[in-house]
Design a protein around this ligand. Structure first.
Ligand code: HEM
Length: 350
């Protein structure tokens, strides 16, 4: 993982170094950071480079935008089955993504048969564990995952592993631009731990201020505004009894902004509230859950935080940054919480 995190972050900062060759330059950082996290997930999950997965990312983001557009009509029973232009495009995209992934899996299986494939990425591990389960059962009865299951897992990793970490990094750059005093503290910490050397995993563990800033950014801008739960059986929730079949929305964004929990400055950026860790900041209540909670909690939270820390450390080592006057603060939710009009930031070479 470390080489993929490092090489993709190095590519990002090298690109920005060219951009600021005259000292300073303005850019919407979103596409650069999206490319970084797309590259990392492509390499670690599928062993392919960004170009290999580029079509899947394009299709998934088009699909997410269309889904947000049709959402207001979903209360009409059967609406999603109507052959409207948008519904047809959503289905078409789904078919194209499944086709690309099926092709990727077939190629990998053929390469494995020829003894060529590597097994240390997610796709390799899924196929290998599937092969073992079936061998243990003498291939008599199919008991592993089906190709369709594997396709669904791959789709989930593409969407869960890319948009999330990129949004965290983008919001962190926006927050640190709004609060240069925290940007200075974060840079001081990074330079104290790494100097101008290449960051390593052990050092990333020592970045306490950067971690506090990430938590505060995830509190104010939780990438998923809500998570959903479905009651399989009658469930007691406080004074309520919920019958089976009921779906519950847990509004992360509302809890994270609640003044009764976080105090009068709930709307302000104050990383200090996490200086003694999450349990102290929340009084041991479940009031901070940007990665969800319970058995379905995010599988990639450590992955995402380490990836973001490494990228942020490399950015802080090389640049200072501030918001451009053209930036408009408008968080909106398309699959994840994103700045609606981009994140225009002025980068200065250090
Ligand atoms: C800062 C980054 C991230 C945030 C804020 C985040 C947040 C979340 C949330 C809120 C959920 C739903 C949990 C629930 O329903 O309780 C989730 C699920 C998931 N995430 Fe993440 N995520 C992040 C990064 C990642 C990364 C980098 C990966 C993969 C490498 C990943 C893989 C997954 C997977 C596979 C699930 C589904 C787990 C399941 O249903 O059992 N996430 N994430």
């Amino acid at each position: 993982m470390e080489p993929a995190f490092y090489s993709s972050s190095a590519e990002l900062v090298e690109g920005w170094e060219k951009l600021v060759s005259n000292g300073s330059s303005e850019a919407d950082v979103c596409p650069y950071i999206q490319k970084l996290t797309a590259d990392v997930i492509s390499k670690t999950a599928f062993g392919s480079s960004y170009e290999g997965g580029q079509r899947i990312f394009q299709l998934q983001s088009e699909q997410a935008k269309l889904i947000v557009e049709v959402m207001p009509f979903l209360f009409i029973p059967g609406f999603r089955f109507l052959p409207t232009k948008k519904n047809r495009r959503i289905k078409e995209i789904g078919r194209e993504i499944r086709g690309i992934l099926r092709d990727m899996i077939n190629k990998r299986e053929n390469a494995t048969k020829d003894g060529e494939a590597h097994k240390d990425d997610l796709l390799g591990m899924l196929l290998e564990s599937n092969r073992k389960v079936n061998q243990e059962n003498d291939n008599s009865k199919w008991s592993g995952m089906t190709i369709e299951d594997i396709i669904e897992e791959c789709k989930l990793f593409y969407i869960a592993g890319q948009d999330t970490t990129s949004s965290l990094l983008v919001w962190t750059m926006v927050a640190l631009s709004m609060h240069p005093e925290w940007q200075a503290q974060a840079r001081e910490e990074v330079l104290r731990v790494f100097g101008t050397d290449k960051p390593n995993f052990e050092g990333l563990d020592q970045l306490k201020i950067v971690t506090m800033i990430f938590y505060e950014v995830l509190r104010l801008y939780p990438l998923f505004a809500i998570v959903l739960r479905y009651c399989n059986k009658e469930t007691k929730l406080g004074n309520f009894t919920l019958p089976p079949g009921v779906e519950i929305a847990l509004p992360i964004i509302v809890v994270h902004h609640d003044q009764a929990i976080w105090g009068k400055d709930a709307e302000d950026i104050n990383p200090k509230r996490f200086s003694e860790g999450i349990s102290k900041a929340t009084n041991n209540q479940v009031s901070f859950f940007p990665f969800g909670w319970g058995p379905r909690i995010c599988l990639g939270q450590k992955f995402g935080i380490i990836e973001a820390k490494l990228a942020m450390a490399m950015i802080l080592q090389r640049f200072s940054f501030e918001l451009s006057p053209t930036y408009v603060h408008a968080p909106y939710s398309v699959a994840t919480l994103q700045p609606q009009h981009g994140a225009q930031i002025i980068l200065h070479k250090l």
